[in-house]
Design a protein around this ligand. Sequence first.
Ligand code: C2E
Ligand code: MG
Ligand code: MG
Length: 468
Amino acid sequence: MFATVTKTQSKAGIDHTSAVPRTPFFLTTSKCVTRFESGLILYAAHGELKLTSMAAAPQTHILIIADTAVIAKRIRRLLERVHSASYTSVAADKAKEVILASDFHLVVLVDLLSHNPNPLSLLFNIQKHINVIAFDSLAEANARQVASQISNAQLNLVSVLPLPCPNARLQSVMERMTDDLQAGKLGQTPRSVGEIEAAIAQGLIIPWYQPKISTLTAELTGFEALARWQEANGDIIHPSTFITVAENHSIIHILTRQILTDVITQLRDWWVDGHEWQISVNASVDDLESDDFVTWLGDSIERAGIPGSALIIEVTESRVSKNFAVLLYNLTQLKKMGIGLAIDDFGTGYASLQQLNRMPFTELKIDQSFVTGAHLDKDKRVILENSVSIGHGLGLEVVAEGIETGEDWWHVRKCGVDIGQGWFIGRPMAASNVLNWVKDWETRAEYFVDPPTLTSQLKRWLSSWIRH
Ligand code: C2E
Ligand code: MG
Ligand code: MG
């Protein structure tokens, strides 16, 4: 897939490769829209089109460390197939000089547990918080140990992947990492309370929308609204840098109401146009325990003239309730208004099954950590399958988040999940991009029910050729 590969081999056996794309292909496999004769590149990042020169475009620097230089090189070839970047591969015993000499965006560690010397302490001292992907030939058995060693060294673990690793899985992990790097999500410092307050006041924090799809029919059921902070220069700041701060300083109430106000206005416009979608909005436990939230929300939907059933409120399991009785009462009031209630990130928090049973939830969202790559990982599979049983047993609609590949999609369908959400279906997008996405989805949806065969692909090409 890559055209020009420039390569230099240093005396120390350190191998540097820079894969330069010839085709309209840059940074991530799906993002480059086109490359002009002048050398300018038009690429899509976070739903926005950006124009840049090839030279000015950002490049990811990746260091691969394996037991031997030969294995490191082999992994580099694997990565080059799916991801354009500047690569340096090195054997573990030569890693120190490389780590000391340069900065990297990502370190790839191969069979970490067998490394001698172990590069983690070195990375800890020099490149703390660097992003790490670990490949492990025994990923099923070693994944937990590898993950905890990396986290203990205060490095930022992106993923533990098996070896051999399917291309689609590798590609999706690399895309996620590049996206996060571009968005400044990885290693981005949290925003201050003052900055967040100012951004809310200026209307810079707005909802983006990520589609939710029925696994049975591939029909669009609605969207999840996800907060995005759009800076004046076009940069998008992700919620990880401001939601927790907002929650800890009680400005989450203002933020949640701002997002809900935008969503309700958007819902009204879509419903008036005949798009009766359901939008899920994340709320903090603190919102749901406040005195006037239910009345405020009831008034807002009434004024907009939309039914309560157009909204789902998602509550994450990880925030501990300060006042369970109030929370329970308010959730019950919302349910009476027809509003759906989802328990988010199921499997990662502290809710006991008894609490879960007492809460009037209508939907259970299985956390993406048990969905992405579950078909390759026995532990994830067990948690996913049991979460589906618990959800269905309690009469809830079960949603799986983090569907990143076709394998994830077919697997969650097989497990009996009702609704799917993830990059494989569609990424969060600005409201202005939603209708175009839906049009495109309608041409693709059938392949999410029946996997494409050679005949169906031929039919599809033929009909699109006749149409044009
Ligand atoms: P969440 O509610 O669990 O949202 C799902 C997160 O998964 C979103 O991250 C979404 O962009 C990401 N995601 C979706 N599909 C995939 C996939 O296939 N692979 C991967 N790796 N990720 C995927 P995002 O937008 O960064 O939001 C993170 C969290 O921030 C949300 O998790 C939610 O807990 C919180 N959040 C976002 N918006 C709001 C908000 O308006 N209010 C509150 N209180 N919390 C919010
Ligand atoms: Mg959510
Ligand atoms: Mg979630």
